[in-house]
Design a protein around this ligand. Structure first.
Ligand code: XIL
Length: 302
């Protein structure tokens, strides 16, 4: 097949991109998106500060534009993200525990009901674990006021809001086997053992020279899959250029394809010129929407 999306479809996967509503009027952006990708993730438009900047006032306009674009083109949507310490409006951090719990559950329920039937998988909780060797939870208003149980509560609330949506835990620096991924693994294992609803684990996969594609990437994806969840590569970008970048991208695709429960790959942007990593060139298309060697490597691996 001649595009990323169609090649992935032939392998029973999706190939997605993070999309920003502000670029949906740019012809090169839209034509590349429409031609190559079979899934979209709103890059910022579904985050708490975008949809509920003020308590109980929900603004879905920008996210709706992305979702309707995807629907009209037959692309699936990843919902990102419901509960996260970042891009969180200040009012949330100011709440006491009981109020915070009800605000969290109301946020999850309202956003998921709005998109019911339109979002294939949700990142219900994002980045709840610390970096480093402790395996501990990251400090956040949710963690600090509600304790470890906030993650379980968020997933139970999410299942009730849209029973058909796949519910994912998503994080970074969990791509290889390390203390942080071990801690997420233990949580998922516990959730599966106790019947807490979780369907998938997202591996952000933001790679650079300090944090390259781990040699045990495939093995790590596989051990999570063996717990009975799907795995997805959710925010892939790889700093660098040329052949080295292309090889790394090919390795990522090969790792996913080697794991039958790896159901899709999302790159964190369409073009280098709009990457969140403004100093780098981490994506598959350059600023003129020309295919890079990394693109050819991904298509060849699919
Ligand atoms: C980033 C976006 O790409 C930026 O535009 C924004 O300014 C900050 O957030 N992990 C995540 C994503 O889960 O939501 C982040 O996206 C990148 C890191």
């Amino acid at each position: 097949a001649g595009t990323l999306g169609s090649a992935a479809t032939a392998k029973g996967r999706y190939f997605g991109a993070a999309v920003s509503a502000q670029y949906l009027g740019e012809s090169g952006y839209v034509s590349t998106l429409n031609r190559e990708f079979s899934s979209v993730t709103p890059e910022n438009e579904m985050k708490w500060d975008a949809v509920e900047a003020n308590r109980n006032t929900f603004t879905f306009g920008s996210a709706d534009r992305i979702v309707s674009h995807a629907q009209s083109r037959g692309m699936s949507v990843r919902g990102h993200t419901l509960v996260w310490h970042s891009q969180l409006p200040g009012w949330v951090a100011g709440l006491g525990a009981a109020d915070l719990r009800s605000a969290m559950n109301h946020h999850i329920t309202t956003v998921m009901r709005h998109y019911k039937g339109k979002v294939l998988a949700w990142d219900v909780v994002n980045e709840a674990f610390q970096d480093g060797g402790s395996g501990a939870r990251r400090s956040s208003p949710f963690q600090d006021k509600l304790g470890n149980g906030f993650i379980e509560e968020a997933f139970r609330t999410a299942r009730a809001a849209d029973p058909a949506a796949k519910l994912c835990y998503n994080d970074y620096n969990t791509d290889g086997v390390n203390p942080k991924s071990n801690a997420v693994y233990a949580m998922v294992k516990d959730f599966k053992a106790r019947g807490v609803p979780i369907d998938c684990v997202g591996f952000q996969s933001h790679f650079n020279s300090a944090s390259p594609v781990p040699s045990d990437y495939r093995a790590n994806l596989q051990r999570f899959a063996d717990l009975g969840v799907d795995v997805q590569i959710t925010e892939l970008d790889i700093e660098g250029s040329g052949g080295a970048q292309a090889t790394a991208y090919g390795n990522v695709v090969n790792a996913c394809l080697a794991v039958s429960r790896c159901t899709g790959i999302t790159v964190w942007g369409v073009t280098d010129k709009y990457s969140w990593r403004s100093s780098g060139t981490p994506l598959l298309f350059d600023g003129n929407y020309t295919k890079k060697p990394a693109y050819d490597a991904v298509l060849a691996a699919l």
